[in-house]
Design a binder for this molecule. Structure first.
Ligand code: MG
Ligand code: MG
Length: 256
């Protein structure tokens, strides 16, 4: 099902997106060498519940995971890229951490992800994170009325490919509205001019993610965390946007 957000719900989407942005920014500022992934989950839980919001993750039990997830945020470290299950691990200097979370507030969901390095970054990691952020910006720029989903996919894929990274087509962006995951699927590579037509009120989560030298994933023994098959490092950037009359508004915008 594809939902179109009525204008009356846009302010609610902004509030939901602002909460997700606040959580990611807070964790980014607090996380340091020695921070435990379970602490990050607790911080997230406190902010979500304090805001009167609902986690999209705690009870999430899709076919691809050993559900329910049971935690409030995905914490994927180094070779882990998607659905990282928080566990008893203290971050080490140079760890590449990806945070991904979604909440529902006022009946509207928001979903966003960031990658950053704790401590001293390797230049290869900085380049990979930068590529996902540039791909996300290109996808958002293509998200405007008159364009199609394929135009977003093409814009994202072009940046990732030109940066030299393989692209996995199994997981990508998606429609979002009263629930976290909806149609249409937004692949991280695709043909321009194809697919569903973009129109004002359509809310999408766009999420380029990459692994340094492979497009293949393996599921961790925890039944959730997806890692690169080669053990290479990974990165992921995601925003929730709403198509407007003349472009796209980012609901989950952070100040940094
Ligand atoms: Mg997400
Ligand atoms: Mg998403």
């Amino acid at each position: 099902m594809i939902e179109i957000l009525p204008p009356s719900k846009i302010p609610l989407a902004r509030k939901s997106g602002a909460l997700v942005a606040e959580i990611l920014q807070t964790v980014r500022e607090r996380a340091t060498v020695g921070t435990n992934l379970l602490e990050i989950d607790e911080w997230t839980k406190d902010i979500i519940l304090g805001a009167g919001a609902t986690s999209c993750y705690v009870d999430y039990a899709p076919s691809f995971g050993r559900g329910p997830f049971g935690h409030y945020i995905c914490t994927s470290v180094n070779d882990a890229v998607l659905h990282g299950l928080p566990h008893d691990y203290a971050l080490a200097d140079g760890d590449l951490l990806t945070l991904d979370l979604a909440v529902i507030l006022g009946g509207v969901a928001a979903d966003s992800a960031i990658s950053f390095v704790v401590g001293e970054p390797r230049k290869e990691d900085t380049a990979m994170i930068d590529a996902t952020e540039r791909a996300l910006a290109a996808g958002i720029a293509a998200a405007r009325p008159g364009n199609k989903i394929g135009d977003i996919s093409h814009a994202i894929g072009t940046v990732l490919r030109e940066a030299g990274y393989p692209i996995n087509m199994q997981f990508g962006g998606h429609g979002i509205g009263s629930t976290m995951h909806q149609d249409p699927h937004v692949s991280n590579s695709g043909r321009p001019g194809r697919g569903y037509g973009l129109r004002p009120g359509l809310m999408l989560a766009l999420e380029p993610w990459i692994m340094e030298d492979t497009d293949e994933l393996v599921t961790d023994d925890d039944g959730w965390t997806l890692r690169s098959t080669t053990g290479c490092r990974t990165a992921h950037s995601e925003h929730t946007v709403v198509i407007t009359d003349d472009g796209a508004e980012i609901m989950t915008l952070r100040s940094s």
